[in-house]
Design a protein around this ligand. Sequence first.
Ligand code: ZN
Length: 292
Amino acid sequence: MLIDTHAHVNFAAFKDDAEETIKRALNDGVNMVLVGTQIDTSRQAVELANKFDQGVYAAIGVHPVHTYSQHLDEEESSFQTREEKFNSRDYRTFCQNPKVVGIGECGLDYFRLPEEMKHEAGNMNHEQIKQLQKNAFIEQIKLAKELNKTLIIHSRSSKGTDDACLDILEIMKHETPNTQQTLRFVLHSYTGSPEVAKMFVDLGAYVSFNGIITFDKTGNQEAVLKVVPDDKIVLETDCPYLTPAPHRGKRNEPLYVQFVAQKVAQVKNLSIEKISELTTKNAKQLFNLTLS
Ligand SMILES: [Zn+2]
């Protein structure tokens, strides 16, 4: 059994076959957490999770790139974001559903800051945009603490730096001075340095690995894996993005978390069975899951 701790089967890429995709994974022993990035995809994550008796959970939140509107065009995705202010009342309502195990994904993204941005409050510079992201992030940390949900952190720094990761670290230290034991949180799709990863691990972070580790030629993902203790490693796909080798170029899906597991097993020189057992146990602890 494997748990894909970060899947977006709730996204439009799966609009024609979301349920079939989930069933394909469940039939192969893969459970999953469906992760929202704004109000609509959060609602969709909860609705999809509700369609399955077991094995499918949801996380709800506002991704940093959705805290303002911009057009994003990247290798694997192109979309228009809509400005959304984190409205804790709506998200609090989602949390009444027992399938909702996490808050997020939320965090900071300095990689894709728009050159200049028109906001309802006037044009914003980079510092102001960063502050907008930080405010939404902090509100979501507070909600996770209050409702005892797991925090899913998106961290993407500007090219060649650890700037967003270091800001997140500072915020986490400030917001959780004495609750490091009780606030469960995971760094998802972490691409920062091993040194900063170690600082997060010292705060109690889980770190989630995905397809990047199967095609990263820089060696950074493997170096990060080496600083994460065995009991903090979890796996994800981040589908439909970041398809692992050998399926590069195809749409990613939860079933492919097995390729991430294989690579992690290889780097750690452990059997696939051992990695499956270890990461499943960790994921259950991370999300407080009681599945057998
Ligand atoms: Zn994601």
